[in-house]
Design a binder for this molecule. Structure first.
Ligand code: TYD
Length: 139
């Protein structure tokens, strides 16, 4: 996997004067079936979340409220996305390092995952991750 496999995906937005609605269907709007949903909230100013990659898990993250940045790293290159709308999100495939920061006050990061929670799927050491991506260590 490389950064070119990561992408912003626009979601359907059903506009209504009573309030807008956005829907996400697994395998239809995003490339995987959704097995798990979690969200980050009450993130104190200046905090960083993430700081890991996943061996198998694919993820889609949305700024359901407010905004934050997602820094992606494939072991060779880094890029930064700013998420600030609830009608698009960032697709992150397996084996991409991510860090989330610059959370606005009251923001909510909604994360959809292709797998159930499994600590064994995490790569939490950045040096190990870079070695894996450079082919020194098998994932
Ligand atoms: P982690 O995935 O490291 O958080 P983030 O990447 O968003 O900063 O998870 C933080 C803690 O929460 C860790 O102890 C594992 C636990 N956790 C679960 O129990 N279930 C889950 O679905 C998730 C995402 C985390």
């Amino acid at each position: 996997m490389s950064l070119s496999d990561c992408k912003i995906i626009d979601l359907p937005k059903i506009e209504d004067r009573r309030g807008n609605l956005t829907v996400i269907e697994g395998k239809r709007h995003i490339p995987f079936e959704i097995k798990r949903v979690y969200y980050l909230y009450d993130v104190p100013g200046g905090e960083t979340r993430g700081g890991h990659a996943h061996k198998i898990l694919q993820q889609f993250v949305i700024a359901a409220s407010g905004s934050f940045d997602v820094m992606l790293d494939d072991g060779f290159t880094k890029t930064r996305y700013h998420l600030n709308r609830s009608y698009f999100g960032l697709y992150i495939p397996q084996m991409i390092w991510r860090e989330l920061d610059n959370f606005s006050s009251g923001s909510v990061c909604l994360a959809l995952a292709s797998e159930y929670y499994d600590e064994a799927d995490y790569i939490r050491d950045h040096e190990d991750y870079c070695n894996m991506m450079k082919g020194d260590i098998k994932a």
